[in-house]
Design a protein around this ligand. Structure first.
Ligand code: PGA
Length: 243
């Protein structure tokens, strides 16, 4: 179902003390009609789950293993993250794809497993700069979506379009690029919520929210600051909140 979502991807930031502090500030500051999700490092999930318990903030993990349990040293299973209160899990983030070598097959297995374990995957897709410059952006995103969502109930997923070249740069993709790509993705996934990610800030959130097929944001750097993150949700709500 298509609805407004603002998700925080904390990546590999903070220590426990700071994670708790920012989580508490978020509970205090974020008042939104949209679904609010915070995805901290695995090691903070259990603690933050208690902090978010009576708030509107939902918890998500940043990755998971496709297997339930067994001899998989260093991995974290869907049962484990579900058990500490996660409702969401980010899958196929470009840093997983490009730094840790996850491919479309791995990501599809994780998406299927997440749904089996009643976790809602936020499936990230997006092209690199060279793919875009070579005219391959639409082919790449199509391939990533078709593969990740093969045979999957679309009611159970969220998609995030994150052009790799806009992540962590401070400069979001331009409106035309986002408009075209979200429309293209919409044609493939219908009523699924499609988030935009890549340098979303409190200062550009309103403009980005105005793009027709943008149903919310996946926010990295600016989500490390509770004030900025709550402002992003506020700006989004002014345009599209409550849908
Ligand atoms: P950014 O990261 O907001 O820092 O660009 C977004 C993401 O990687 O999800």
């Amino acid at each position: 179902m298509r609805r407004s979502i603002i998700a925080a991807n904390w990546k590999m930031h903070f220590d426990m003390e700071r994670a708790v502090e920012v989580a508490r500030q978020m509970v205090e500051k974020v008042k939104s009609d949209s679904e609010i999700i915070v995805c901290p490092s695995f090691v903070f999930l259990d603690r933050l789950s208690g902090i978010f318990l009576n708030s509107q903030i939902k918890l998500g993990a940043q990755n998971m293993c496709f297997k339930e349990e067994g001899a998989f040293t260093g991995e974290v299973s869907p049962i484990m993250i579900r058990g500490v209160g996660c409702e969401y899990v980010i899958l196929g983030h470009s840093e997983r794809r490009h730094i840790f070598g996850e491919n479309d097959v791995d990501i599809h297995k994780k998406v299927v497993s997440a749904i089996e374990h009643e976790l809602k995957p936020i499936v990230c897709v997006g092209e690199t700069l060279s793919e875009r410059n070579n005219g391959k952006a639409f082919d790449i995103v199509e391939r990533q979506i078709v593969s990740a969502l093969d045979g999957v109930d679309l009611d159970k997923v969220v998609v995030a379009y994150e052009p790799v070249w806009a992540i962590g740069t401070g400069v979001a993709a331009d409106n035309k690029t986002i408009t075209e790509m979200h429309k293209f993705i919409r044609e493939m996934v219908g009523d699924v919520s499609i988030l935009y990610g890549g340098s979303v800030k409190d200062t550009n959130a309103k403009e980005l929210a105005e793009i027709e097929d943008v149903d919310g944001f996946l926010v990295g750097s600016a989500s490390l600051d509770a004030g900025k993150f709550s402002k992003i949700a506020e700006e989004f709500d002014k345009v599209k909140g409550g849908k």
